[in-house]
Design a protein around this ligand. Structure first.
Ligand SMILES: Nc1nc2c(ncn2[C@@H]2O[C@H](COP(=O)(O)OP(=O)(O)OP(=O)(O)O)[C@@H](O)[C@H]2O)c(=O)[nH]1
Ligand SMILES: [Mg+2]
Length: 354
């Protein structure tokens, strides 16, 4: 519970909010109209007035109806967990592809909210005579516009995907291995990427500091040529349609020859984060390649740098600190072991005459 509260507060701060108060209401069954009970909603409204709060965030998924009702009752902006994540994504997207993906994710999310609004109005139809009313028509228009835009964005993303595929085929032909850094947001993927490639990408103690994918050469002696990719982090309860909107960015992971799953070993929520990342990897179909679990931030845990192998002798975990560099050489060696430089091709024997 505490880890969840810490996470949603960090998300709020990453989006630029200042957290004033947090509440953990004890309601088992969400209210259809307000999510929380009416009494609790009025209490929240009262606190908003008292502390001049101008936004309330719910660490859950709210229906379109609930959002509208809450906004009215609380007279301030209301965001749910997904809305908040989308806000952060929108603030951070830089590349053309990233921007397209965020817009697509937002529209898909809006579409689900509209559906809620739609059934809500339909249900009221008989009772208060909204049939054919302007609200209904507007919803239809909104829906059509959103559907058209989604189609357009998908087509543009498809084009960018083709370019990506060409690049990845070129790499495959040149026998360049790709290693993808994946992991929970804030685990230290970019820090490790920078350490391995001597890059200076943006690192920050905030959620979703990275949104775009970057690829760089990873020079390791005695190993095949390799590139490593850094990409958007994962988070628990990311809805399916959102994950899919980022499919283009995540395709780098799907097509990689090896996955480095970076884990914040110092986080109390470490195990849940590992489970969440494994779930997303399954969802995007990144299951055929080998995976090394990289326990990062060992400088904060007292763990020693090192590796562990499984029963077949394959390296399964590496413990390191991307920040101070301890154990990073061990990781380089592990990578060289996975992709050893092949001996220069011996002269091919002549075909035996029959
Ligand atoms: N103590 C310690 N802190 C680290 C280590 N590696 C990364 N950090 C810190 O963890 C925070 C997140 O690091 P990033 O590299 O931005 O993490 P990320 O996984 O790329 O995160 P997102 O891009 O936001 O998903 C930063 O404040 C880093 O300085 C480490 O080995 N030890
Ligand atoms: Mg990052």
């Amino acid at each position: 519970m505490e880890a969840r509260l810490a996470e949603i507060s960090e998300l709020a701060q990453s989006a630029g909010y200042q957290v004033v108060e947090s509440l953990t209401p004890r309601r088992v069954k969400p209210d259809a109209a307000l999510f929380v009970g009416r009494g609790k909603a009025e209490e929240i409204a009262e606190r908003c007035r008292a502390h001049e709060i101008n936004g309330v965030i719910f660490d859950h998924t709210l229906s379109g109806v609930q959002q509208r009702n809450l906004r009215k009752l609380l007279s301030c902006s209301v965001e749910d967990r997904i809305g908040l994540i989308l806000t952060i994504f929108a603030q951070r997207a830089r590349s053309a592809e990233g921007k397209l993906q965020v817009e697509l994710a937002r529209l898909k999310h809006q579409a689900t909210l509209l559906v809620g609004g739609w059934t809500h109005l339909e249900r009221q139809k008989g009772g208060i005579g909204l049939r054919g009313g302007p609200g209904e028509t507007q919803l239809e228009v909104d829906r059509r516009l959103i559907t058209a835009r989604i189609k357009h964005l998908n087509a543009q993303l498809e084009k960018l995907k083709k370019t990506r595929q060409t690049q990845s085929r070129t790499r495959a032909r040149a026998r360049i291995k790709t290693v993808a850094l994946v992991g929970y947001t804030n685990a230290g993927k970019t820090t490790l990427f920078n350490r391995l490639t001597r890059e200076k990408l943006y690192v920050a103690d905030q959620l979703f500091a990275t949104l775009d994918t970057t690829l760089r050469r990873l020079p390791i002696a005695h190993a095949q040529p390799m590139v490593v990719s850094d990409t958007v982090g994962f988070i628990r309860e990311l809805p399916h349609e959102l994950v899919m909107a980022f499919h283009a960015t995540l395709s780098e992971a799907v097509e990689a020859d090896l996955l480095l799953h970076v884990i914040d070993a110092s986080s109390p929520a470490r195990d849940e984060q590992i489970t969440a990342v494994d779930a997303v990897l399954t969802e995007i179909n990144a299951t055929r390649q080998p995976r090394i679990r990289v326990f990062n931030k060992i400088d904060q845990t007292g763990l020693a740098a090192g590796i562990e192998r499984d029963g077949y002798g394959r390296i399964r975990t590496v413990r390191l600190s991307a920040q101070n560099g301890a154990g990073c050489d061990v990781l380089r060696e592990a990578l060289a072991e996975y992709f050893p430089k092949s001996e220069p091709d011996a002269v091919a024997p002549l075909e035996q005459p029959l």
